[in-house]
Write a new protein. Structure first.
Length: 256
């Protein structure tokens, strides 16, 4: 939008070359609005991808060790996770190395979290997407215990989220998983509202605004532009499908 506006203003003031200048300036502003200041430079995207991948596998190891031992279910999920991401043999070896590092006794995750914050913290959505993905990973073995929740809360705090913000993200994500394919609680209207982070008394406009904000957060082009590794975009698509299912349930109920 702003690149067109910039081109028109530039043309009106400086003619053809002003239009080109305005187009590029406006395009840069559009990119910052969509991806955040930290995601605006496409030349650093590869580094952001690497840091995101390292962070999520290292913290996955930390989560697996949160209760003092790594279960077979957590090992199986890590293997399935790498298969889902279609990682090559070299990528798998690297990811396993990060996982083992995070799972090492006494491992302090502060350094990797701060590196993530420096590299990805100024993007529009990646810090929250990281927290959501970690919650989904923690839920995968069917045993979301207090130690894991406390660790996730600590990670979120180090990423700059308040405890209240973390609880909102946690509550929303827990309820979004109820709308994953194959789950049997898709008729629960209360869960649908919680999945979108709104109350049952919200207006249709407020409902649509919350839905659009969440869907925008998981738009594949926006995620890749910010630096989400290409083979992790499918996780974002799954979140978007759950949000869509929750929204459709509410919308259909309101139309009756």
């Amino acid at each position: 939008m702003f690149k067109v506006l910039g081109a028109l203003i530039g043309f009106g003031i400086f003619g053809f070359f002003g239009a080109l200048l305005g187009f590029f300036i406006g395009g840069a502003y559009d990119r910052v609005r969509a991806l955040g200041l930290g995601g605006a430079n496409p030349l650093t995207r590869g580094h952001r991808q690497q840091v995101f991948l390292q962070t999520i596998f290292t913290l996955k190891g930390k989560l697996a060790k949160a209760d003092g031992h790594i279960s077979q279910a957590e090992i199986d999920h890590t293997e399935a996770f790498m298969t889902q991401l279609k990682m090559s043999a070299d990528q798998r070896r690297q990811a396993i190395g990060w996982f083992k590092e995070g799972a090492a006794p006494g491992y302090d995750a502060s350094d990797i979290i701060q590196e993530f914050r420096r590299t990805c913290g100024h993007t529009a959505n990646l810090p929250e997407v990281l927290v959501v993905f970690l919650i989904v990973i923690a839920l995968a073995d069917g045993d979301f215990d207090r130690q894991e929740q406390d660790l996730l809360s600590n990670i979120a705090r180090q990423l700059g989220f308040s405890e209240a913000q973390f609880q909102q993200i946690l509550d929303r994500t827990l309820n979004q998983t109820h709308f994953a394919p194959g789950h049997t609680t898709q008729n629960d209207l209360d869960d649908a509202y919680k999945a979108l982070g709104v109350g049952k008394d919200c207006s249709d406009q407020e409902l649509k605004r919350a839905y659009r904000k969440l869907m925008s957060q998981y738009h594949p082009d926006k995620l890749m532009g910010q630096g989400l590794p290409d083979h992790m975009v499918e996780m974002g698509k799954q979140q978007a499908q759950e949000i869509q299912a929750a929204y459709e349930l509410i919308k259909n109920h309101r139309q009756k």
